[in-house]
Design a binder for this molecule. Structure first.
Ligand SMILES: Cc1cc2nc3c(=O)[nH]c(=O)nc-3n(C[C@H](O)[C@H](O)[C@H](O)COP(=O)(O)O)c2cc1C
Length: 142
């Protein structure tokens, strides 16, 4: 069974909800779900696939809890690992830095030697308006 670890940072609960929906749409995988502030190295070391998710705040900034996790991302942890990235943002209000956290996390994971799977999932606005994109993304990863 494929072991998947989902690590997310979420301030108002949107990215957390996306993380939970990804989990519930990956039938047949053995999934560990963790808030970035509770994530442990072992969750990544033992996973076949790692999903990293964070919303974007301020102006193009990574969500606070995930920022600390981002700072701890290293080659030692991620080299050779399969990683996919997701996150929530708002393109109407922040067109120039829409879902910038997804881009930043993807770049850092690549710098750490991870294999980046796909383009990543960017959720614009309400999670409820993006359910089918979340389902497709989850299924594309199995
Ligand atoms: C003060 C503030 C700053 C924000 N900055 C950005 C931004 O720079 N880029 C973006 O795409 N979305 C931005 N957003 C939108 C949030 O990312 C969006 O509401 C997201 O769904 C929050 O997800 P979370 O509940 O998982 O933290 C901002 C929202 C607020 C209220």
């Amino acid at each position: 069974m494929k072991k998947v670890t989902i690590i997310y940072g979420s301030t108002t609960g949107n990215t957390e909800r996306v993380a939970e929906l990804l989990k519930s749409n990956m039938d047949g995988a053995d999934i560990t779900l963790a808030d970035a502030s509770n994530a442990e190295k072992e969750m990544v070391q033992t996973a076949d696939l790692i999903l990293l998710g964070a919303s974007t705040w301020g102006y193009g900034d990574i969500q606070d809890d995930f920022q600390a996790y981002y700072d701890s991302m290293s080659e030692d942890l991620l080299k050779g690992k399969d990683v996919a990235v997701f996150g929530c943002g708002n393109s109407d209000d922040f067109p120039d830095v829409y879902c910038e956290a997804v881009n930043l996390i993807k770049d850092k994971a690549a710098e750490c030697g991870a294999n980046i799977i796909g383009e990543g999932l960017k959720i614009d606005g309400e999670v409820d308006d993006n359910i089918s994109a979340i389902e497709s993304f989850a299924k594309s990863l199995l």
